[in-house]
Write a new protein. Structure first.
Length: 273
């Protein structure tokens, strides 16, 4: 597989994630062993190396962390957890499979959106929505390159906390660039801690971005962003762990749907709804 290389300067992976912001990072506890799903199948934990390289972000009232949202997803099959991010005053972007999923029996019934949650603290409150959209190719074919959805909020939470910049970047410019994934996985017995990790993009293929960044269950829908923490740009929506990586990409990467110009137009349409 051809892997184009970028001439741009990559972010220093050794620079602390909190550099240039008010964010504070706490050491992560030792990784917990994979637990068993209700049906007895072990859930995949996509920690890519010998240790978990994620950290807990403690200052979730600071930008951009307050724009990342914990999701409580109520469905006909029970309550699930996920991650989203504000893309406008009343628009939260997440993975399509967090909103429409055969495991749910179709659409979620309602989703509670919690910007900047930190343990049991909800500094910006919570919003409940029953209005959702997904990219048409996700609904029609479960196309992972279009695993993107939207939660419409009744109140403009983004006017209080802000929203994230997002863009469709030339895929040829992304390999070897450092990216950040943040979200709300299961950690220390709950889905209430914002975990953050940084690592290099390996490649893009068929509309998906592949990166060497640790993630686990619950981070689906989280923003994958590049640039300085003071001015991040979301370029993909996290969705899949290493077991969903095609052989031609190679082992040791997680992935998300790469934002394209079509996705940008779709998000703009959602913002009007």
């Amino acid at each position: 597989m051809d892997r184009p290389q970028s001439d741009s300067v990559s972010i220093d992976l050794d620079v602390p994630l909190s550099a240039g912001s008010e964010g504070t990072l706490a050491p992560l506890l030792a990784p917990e062993p994979p637990s068993r799903a209700p049906a007895g199948r072990a859930r995949m934990f996509s920690i890519l190396g010998p240790r978990d390289r994620r950290r807990v972000e403690l200052t979730t009232t600071a930008a951009p962390w307050r724009m990342v949202c914990a999701l409580r997803i109520e469905t006909g099959a029970g309550v699930f957890n996920g991650t989203g991010w504000l893309a406008g005053p009343s628009t939260v972007i997440t993975a399509g499979h967090c909103l429409h999923n055969p495991a749910f029996g179709g659409w979620a019934r309602r989703v509670t959106v919690i910007p900047g949650q930190s343990w049991n603290k909800r500094p910006f409150g919570a919003a409940v929505s029953t209005r959702f959209d997904c990219a048409p190719p996700w609904l029609a074919d479960r196309d992972r390159a279009h695993d993107i959805g939207c939660i419409h909020l009744d109140e403009p939470a983004g006017e209080r906390v802000g929203w994230m910049k997002y863009d469709a970047i030339d895929p040829a410019a992304l390999p070897r660039t450092a990216a950040v994934v943040s979200g709300y996985p299961e950690y220390a017995g709950s889905y209430e801690h914002l975990l953050v990790a940084k690592g290099p993009v390996r490649t893009s293929l068929d509309g998906r971005l592949y990166y060497e960044i640790d993630t686990t269950d619950g981070q689906s829908g989280g923003p994958v962003w590049i640039g300085d923490v003071a001015a991040p740009t979301v370029v993909a929506v996290h969705g899949y762990e290493a077991d969903a990586t095609p052989a031609e990409v190679g082992p040791g990467v997680n992935s998300g749907a790469l934002l394209t110009p079509d996705h940008l137009r779709l998000i703009q349409t959602w913002q009007g709804g």
